[in-house]
Ligand binder design. Structure first.
Ligand code: SF4
Length: 588
C-alpha cells in the first residue's frame, strides 16, 4: 500500500499537480495537506489531518465507480473525515471556485483555537476512537493523530490504534475523531524517543507513546524521571530498537548476483523490530556505489545507485547463498580473530546465533575456536602479544584506507581529510580525543596541535610512554566554522559521533587495548554509546563489553582553555594519566 501511494505520488495527473501547487506548504488558509495519504484502507488524493478533510480529484473513470467512491467516502466518514470531490475539468476550468470550496471546509483559525466542540466519548460508554496508521513505522501518521487526539483531550484508554486494515477492536471506529483543539509543545527528547519506539514490534507502542504524550502536557520534565514505569518501559523499548538497528548494520552480509544490468548485491536479514526503513539511509550512504537489495520478511529495499525503492517482503529462499564476497569477509574475520581473547559467551552475546546463517565468516568460528589454544601457544612462543601478527596490520591498513573515503556523515565535506588514529597496534593504552583540530586536519595526523603537545608533556610527567600508546579521535573529520581566514573548532553533534563510532569500534576491535581512555565528553559518548558526565565517571575503572577497561578524564584542550585553578587542573590530569599508566602495567 505504501509503494502504491508512492507510485501515485510519482504519477499525479496534471489536475492533481495543479491542485497540489495550491495546497502544498500550507498555501491554502494555512492548512497542512498531505498528498496520497493512506486512510482507512484507501489512498486519499489529498488530506488535511488537522481539519479531517479529504479532497479527491476525479477523472472521467469515476463516473462508473460511484459505488466504490461511496464506500470509500463512508469509510473516511466513519473515522470522522469529510470528503470533497471535484471533477478534473472543474480543476482545469474553475480552480478558484474549487479552492474557495476547500477553504470553506477548513476550520477558521478562531474555531481551530477554541476548545473542542464535541465531547470525546467515554470508555464506559463502550465507544473507542479508531486510528489507522499506514505502516508499522508510520511516525507521521501517529504524530498527526496523537496531536489531534491530545488537543481534544481524548484519554489514552479510549483510542484503538491499528496498522493498515487489521481488524479493529469491537467498538473501535464507532465514533468520529474529535475536531482539533489547541496544541501544546513537547520536549525534543520525546520526539526522539517516539522516532525510535515507533519501530518496536510491540503492538502497544502507539498507545504507550500517546499515554506519555498526555502526561507530558502536565509534567514537561517527566522524561527525566528515570523511576517512572512508563518512561522506563519506553526507554527499554528504544534500547531494543537501537540494538536491532546496530545488529542489522553489523551482521547483514551481501552476496553478489549477476544480472543482465551487471552485478547486484543481495542480502537477507530478519530484524526483530520494524527498523528496515530507518536503516535504509545508512546502507545507501555506506554502499552508495553498489547496486543492492536487502530482503526482509516485512519489506525489501532496492538501491540502483541513484534511487531507493521499496518492494514487498521476501522469504529467505529468495536470497542467494554464497558468492566470492564470502572469501573477503572470511579473510578479514580470520585476520582479526584473536585467540588470546576468545570469550565464547561474549561472542555469542554480540553475535547471536540467529544471524550466523547470514554471515560467511561464521563458517570459520568452529575451526578458529577449535584451533584457538594452538594459535595462542604459537603467539606466546613467538613473543607476540594481543594478536599482533602481520594480518592485524593488513586489516588495520585496509580499514584505514576505507575510512579515507568515508561519507557516513556530512562531515566528510569538512576539512581536508579523514584523520585516522596512529600508534602501535599492540598498544596497551588507546587514547580517544574528540576530533582533529586545524593542524591535525592539514597534516592528517591526530594530536599534533597544541592539545596534543600538552598531552605529550603530561604523559611524560606521568611516566607513560606516549610512543607505546595508540591515539585517535571519536570523530575523524575536522568540524569547524570559518571566521575570516580562521577555522574555528565546532563541536560534533550526537549524529556525527554515532556515525563515526563505527571507525573507533574497528580500531578497538583490531588493537584490543586493555585500557581505552576517553579524553573528554565526546570521546566518552562514543565509547559508552551514550552521553555521560566526566565528573561522575572520572578516576574509576569502567569495564567494557569486550573485556577491556575504560577510563575517563578531561580533554587536554580543556586545560588550555580553563582559567580558574589552571595548575591544579593540570596536576589532576597528570595524576589521572599516572594511575592509568600504573593500571596498564598491572594488566601486563
Ligand atoms: S567524521 Fe567520521 S563518519 Fe563522518 S565522514 Fe568523517 S570519518 Fe566518516
Amino acid at each position: 500500500m505504501i509503494e502504491r501511494a508512492r507510485e501515485l505520488r510519482r504519477a499525479m495527473t496534471p489536475q492533481e499537480r495543479r491542485l497540489w501547487t495550491h495546497l502544498r506548504a500550507r498555501r491554502l488558509a494555512g492548512a497542512k495537506f498531505r498528498k496520497q495519504m493512506w486512510l482507512a484502507g484507501y489512498i486519499a488524493d489529498f488530506a488535511c489531518p488537522d481539519a479531517r478533510l479529504v479532497v479527491e480529484a476525479d477523472g472521467s473513470q469515476h463516473a462508473n465507480e460511484a459505488v466504490y467512491d461511496a464506500r470509500r467516502g463512508a469509510a473516511f466518514a466513519r473515522l470522522g473525515w469529510r470528503t470533497l470531490r471535484f471533477w478534473n475539468n472543474e480543476i482545469t476550468e474553475n480552480l478558484d471556485g474549487v479552492l474557495a470550496s476547500i477553504a470553506a471546509a477548513l476550520p477558521s483559525p478562531s474555531r481551530a483555537a477554541s476548545p473542542p466542540a464535541c465531547p470525546s466519548p467515554r470508555a464506559g460508554e463502550g465507544l473507542m476512537l479508531g486510528v489507522s496508521l499506514s505502516a508499522e513505522d508510520d511516525l507521521d501518521g501517529w504524530r498527526d493523530a496523537a496531536r489531534a487526539l491530545a488537543g481534544a483531550g481524548v484519554p489514552a484508554g479510549e483510542v484503538a490504534w491499528q496498522v493498515g486494515d487489521a481488524a479493529q477492536g469491537l467498538f473501535a471506529a464507532e465514533a468520529p475523531l474529535p475536531p482539533p483543539g489547541p496544541g501544546f509543545s513537547v520536549p525534543r527528547a520525546f520526539l526522539t524517543l517516539a522516532e525510535t519506539v515507533i519501530c518496536h514490534a510491540d503492538p502497544e507502542r502507539f498507545a504507550l507513546l500517546y499515554a506519555l504524550l498526555l502526561r507530558l502536557r502536565d509534567r514537561p520534565g517527566l522524561l527525566a524521571d528515570a523511576a517512572d514505569p512508563l518512561v522506563q518501559r519506553l526507554e527499554r523499548m528504544a534500547k531494543a530498537v537501537r540494538r536491532d538497528i546496530h545488529k542489522m548494520r553489523a551482521f547483514l552480509r551481501f552476496r553478489e548476483v549477476e544480472t543482465p544490468e551487471g552485478p547486484r548485491f543481495v542480502a537477507w536479514f530478519e530484524p526483530e523490530h520494524h527498523i528496515v526503513r530507518t536503516n535504509a539511509g545508512f546502507f545507501v550512504r555506506r554502499f552508495a556505489a553498489m547496486r543492492w537489495s536487502i530482503l526482509t520478511p516485512e519489506l525489501s529495499l532496492h538501491w540502483d545507485g541513484h534511487a531507493l525503492s521499496e518492494g514487498p517482503g521476501a522469504a529467505r529462499a529468495d536470497a542467494p547463498q554464497g558468492d566470492p564476497l564470502e572469501a573477503v569477509w572470511k579473510t578479514y574475520y580470520a585476520s582479526i580473530f584473536n585467540p588470546a581473547r576468545l570469550k565464547v559467551g561474549a561472542m555469542l552475546k554480540e553475535m547471536p546465533r540467529k544471524y550466523w546463517k547470514n554471515m560467511p565468516e561464521t563458517a570459520l568460528v568452529g575451526e578458529l575456536v577449535a584451533g584457538a589454544q594452538a594459535r595462542e601457544a604459537k603467539m606466546v612462543e613467538a613473543g607476540a602479544r594481543g594478536g599482533m601478527g602481520g594480518n592485524v596490520r593488513a586489516a588495520w591498513e585496509s580499514v584505514r584506507a576505507e575510512a579515507m573515503a568515508c561519507t557516513r556523515c556530512p562531515l566528510y565535506r569538512c576539512g581536508t581529510q579523514t584523520v585516522f588514529g596512529e600508534g602501535p597496534l599492540d598498544a596497551r593504552i588507546l587514547f580517544v580525543g574528540e576530533q582533529p583540530g586545524d593542524q591535525e586536519d592539514l597534516a592528517g595526523r591526530p594530536f599534533i596541535g597544541p592539545a596534543g603537545q600538552l598531552l605529550d608533556r603530561a604523559l611524560e610527567e606521568a611516566g607513560v610512554d606516549r610512543k607505546a600508546a595508540y591515539v585517535t579521535n571519536a570523530v575523524k573529520h575536522f568540524k569547524f566554522e570559518r571566521r575570516g581566514k580562521r577555522r574555528i573548532h565546532s563541536k560534533p553533534d550526537a549524529g556525527e559521533i554515532e556515525a563515526c563510532r563505527w571507525w573507533l569500534e574497528q580500531e578497538r576491535l583490531l588493537i584490543r587495548p586493555p585500557l581505552t581512555v576517553a579524553l573528554g565528553a565526546t570521546a566518552a559518548r562514543s565509547i559508552f554509546g551514550k552521553a555521560v558526565t566526566i565528573g561522575a565517571m572520572r578516576g574509576r575503572v569502567h569495564p567494557l563489553p569486550d573485556g577491556g577497561e575504560a577510563w575517563v578524564t578531561v580533554h587536554p584542550s580543556f586545560l588550555l582553555r580553563v582559567q580558574d585553578n589552571k595548575e591544579a587542573e593540570y596536576a589532576r590530569f597528570v595524576d589521572d594519566l599516572r594511575r592509568i599508566g600504573e593500571r596498564a602495567e598491572a594488566l601486563a
